[in-house]
Design a binder for this molecule. Structure first.
Ligand code: ADP
Ligand code: MG
Length: 497
């Protein structure tokens, strides 16, 4: 007798669940997608213990017809497509018809739903795939789906769940991009009985588009520059962080393709390339990139959780994103740079007093280079009050000497990276001349060598060394503010704090 059998429905669902439901946040993603697909303009989410305890999504969408209710939790059952042809132009978020079946197989799932046409609501409870008799119930048109005991029958999976706090962070990662993409929907998010977000719908908006107000609500404290490009069948919209928001790592990076939150490394890279001229190497800026591209140019059916897409012509997409980002910066921040740059050079050359910065306009160079350098420099070294930013030859010279002397101070490794410490200690007095270039580098000529110093990195290093020394010596001094400082943060940053 042969050994090959056809798997039972139960087993099939469990296998699908393994792909679709990685953690509570994946359940939330499926439920929210369904609520959006149902045309809701009000969606509320409640989670307990990062979704481990329960996840509940309530919407005011179409509801599920009584005849469809049991089908909704059957594998490969969907109301969204019905032919292979449909696969090539999917306009809904869901289409695979396996989410509810998968979730129902490994949890206790209850659906309370009512359509406009039916006079009463219906309540269906599915436990580990077993459907209990449907009951009459009451609610307004729409659907509430509650998922409890996730993975109760899959202990192996349960073991891999992280702390509620970590799972909650993943919940936020699902909620935020969908709420960003749907400013037309009134959203609420409640976690462990506490309201985290209330986002009223924004009049006149459509689903699948970013709205500055919603972006501000969800990602406060970031100054964005708008991105736009329209050509060759690709529309790129969205925002990139102003260069002043650069950081080695940023968490707020969002990609949307035809209204679907996805992740695509190529797009992230294109953003980096487009911003390369405006932010220092190794730094990144937050971004939201929303692409609209003809449905036959993108395949969304490449990932069970629909997290990735495949472009028919990735190069065209990436280069569109890159030029869109570059243009956004050129239009919004370059001006101040180019008008400022010659001025500075002239001033530097003439050896004017640069300590008097009063009354100057706020420019890009301020926010993106000098401001932080100046500040960290002032704070870290009381030894010098000026030159703060070296502009004249003499100033550059003393700047380099200062950096070098800091480098040779006891305890401090100074600005020279550890790896180079095999190079001999540099005596500041061997600096024969120095000059600042590009408003960023100091090139110092020594007796027998040349030194290129990234002044921003140097200033940061000096400050870091000082903090380290203070910490080791007597602890870092701190002072309570007389007036509290209000800082707006996204839910993700708040969690981190
Ligand atoms: P898919 O979304 O891929 O179609 P699902 O398993 O997520 O598959 O959902 C199955 C079906 O159940 C959907 O096609 C839809 O008809 C119905 N459904 C699920 N959730 C809702 C909801 N919140 N409102 C209305 N219909 C829903
Ligand atoms: Mg779905």
């Amino acid at each position: 007798m042969g050994k090959i059998i056809t798997l039972s429905k139960e087993l099939i669902n469990h296998i699908a669940a393994g792909e679709v439901v990685e953690r509570p946040a994946s359940v939330l993603k499926e439920l929210l997608e369904n609520a959006i697909d149902a045309g809701s303009d009000k969606i509320s989410v409640k989670v307990g213990q990062g979704g481990i305890e329960h996840i509940e999504v309530s919407d005011n969408g179409s509801g599920i017809e009584p005849d469809d209710l049991e089908n909704a939790v059957q594998p490969h059952s969907t109301s969204k497509i019905n032919s292979v042809d449909d696969l090539s132009h999917i306009e809904t978020l869901g289409f695979r018809g396996e989410a509810l079946a998968s979730v129902a197989a490994i949890s206790k799932l209850s659906i309370l739903t009512k359509t406009e046409a039916s006079s009463t609501a219906q309540m269906m409870v599915v436990t580990g795939g077993e459907i209990a008799p449907v009951k009459m119930a009451s609610r307004d048109t729409g659907t509430t789906i509650r998922v409890e005991d996730l993975f109760h029958a899959v202990p192996a999976r349960k073991k891999f769940l992280k702390q509620p706090k970590t799972e909650y962070r993943k919940i936020i990662d699902v909620f935020v991009p969908l709420a960003l993409m749907h400013p037309e929907i009134h959203w609420t998010l409640e976690s462990d009985g506490r309201i985290v977000h209330t986002l009223p719908s924004i009049a006149g908006t459509l689903g699948g588009s970013l709205h500055p107000q919603r972006v501000f609500e969800l990602l406060p404290g970031i100054e964005f520059v708008e991105v736009f490009y329209d050509g060759e069948g690709i529309v790129v919209g969205g925002m990139v962080g102003h260069p002043s928001h650069k950081a080695p790592r940023v968490s707020e990076r969002y990609v949307f393709v035809n209204g679907r939150p996805v992740w695509d490394n190529g797009i992230a890279k294109a953003v980096m390339m487009g911003s390369a001229r405006f932010i220092p190497e190794g730094m990144r800026v937050p971004f939201l990139i929303s692409l609209n591209i003809s449905h036959d140019q993108v395949d969304v059916n490449v990932h069970p959780r629909k997290m990735e897409v495949r472009f028919a012509n990735p190069y065209r997409v990436y280069s569109a994103v890159e030029s869109a980002v570059r243009k956004a910066y050129e239009d919004n921040v370059r001006e101040s740079l180019s008008s400022e740059e010659p001025h500075r050079l002239r001033r530097g050359g003439a050896g004017e007093d640069i300590s008097n910065e009063g009354g100057r306009e706020h420019t890009l160079s301020d926010s993106f280079e000098n401001r932080s350098t100046t500040q960290s420099f002032r704070e870290s070294t009381h030894a010098i009050s000026r030159p703060v930013n070296p502009h004249t030859v003499e100033e550059s010279l003393s700047f380099s000497k200062l950096i070098l002397s800091d480098a040779s101070q006891e305890g401090g490794t100074g600005v020279l990276p550890q790896e180079s410490s095999k190079s001999p200690e540099i005596d500041p007095d061997t600096v024969v001349s120095a000059r600042q270039y590009l408003n960023r580098y100091v090139i110092a000529q020594l007796n027998d060598a040349i030194l290129i110093i990234d002044q921003h990195a140097a200033a940061e290093r000096i400050r870091f060394e000082k903090l380290l020394r203070d910490y080791e010596d007597r602890g870092i001094e701190s002072q309570t503010l007389m007036l509290p400082l209000e800082i707006r943060m996204s839910s993700k940053e708040l969690l981190f704090v």
